[in-house]
Design a protein around this ligand. Structure first.
Ligand code: DC
Length: 223
């Protein structure tokens, strides 16, 4: 059977993973969260006190680190050198480490290769920052999903409050703006909209509207 792919890129908190998961479920594809791989890599560097400035140690880490993805009840699990680290990669510190280490060329080369191998095996909905531009340049559909920083911060704030975490909306928005800046201005594979990607601004759309629109576009593209 032919493998299909949908690439979803965009800034932090635009709703990529929520949308990508629902689309994958509806189409029977595998959802791959590539940010989780950068988060696992960042966790390894922090656990081993490796500075992102130390090129030799980063190259060594790329050789030693084994990141793999498995699925439990359709939920992606990230395995770092044999340990399931899924529960350890979502903290604000892990977000910062992921953003810092994702700027490094050897780390990007390693993870892009892994992502391409996964997509070669099966039909995927993959989300990240460089999926349409670098990882899956021939994806059947490319979406650039965004929303205003205020809307993205409010969504994250609501999630954290619902999870019983104390947080501050102004701080969350400042962290989002800061992370966007780093992701969009790094030298290696900065976050940009692929030329052939469809821009969707979800600020005033609900989840179902975005999912329906993406599925219609995908079906039209493969017809
Ligand atoms: O999507 P996320 O917030 O979990 O991603 C964590 C960090 O990893 C984010 O700062 C950007 C980076 N990232 C990347 O550079 N390329 C990807 N394909 C996915 C994530």
């Amino acid at each position: 059977m032919k493998n299909y792919s949908i690439a979803i890129d965009g800034p932090a908190g635009a709703g990529k993973s929520t949308i990508a998961k629902l689309i994958a479920k509806k189409l029977g594809f595998i959802y791959i969260d590539t940010g989780a791989m950068y988060r696992a890599m960042g966790l390894y560097l922090s656990q081993n006190q490796i500075s992102v400035e130390d090129e030799a140690q980063i190259l060594d880490a790329c050789k030693k680190v084994d990141i793999s993805i498995t699925f439990e009840n359709e939920v992606q699990q990230v395995i770092l050198n044999g340990e399931n680290v899924t529960g350890m990669i979502r903290s604000p510190e892990a977000s910062l480490m992921a953003s810092n280490c994702s700027a490094l060329k050897p780390i990007r080369e390693k993870l892009v290769e892994l992502q391409q191998k996964l997509a070669a095996k099966t039909s995927v909905v993959m989300d990240g920052r460089d999926i349409g531009t670098k990882v899956l340049p021939n994806a059947n559909l490319k979406i650039y999903l965004t929303a205003s920083s205020a809307v993205r911060a409010k969504r994250r704030y609501d999630e954290m409050v619902a999870g019983g975490q104390e947080c501050d909306l102004v701080e969350i928005e400042a962290a989002i703006i800061d992370r966007d800046y780093r992701d969009m201005h790094r030298e290696n594979s900065p976050l940009v909209q692929a030329e052939d990607a469809v821009l969707l601004d979800s600020s005033d759309m609900n989840i179902d509207e975005v999912v329906d629109q993406v599925i219609k576009m995908f079906q039209a593209n493969i017809a």
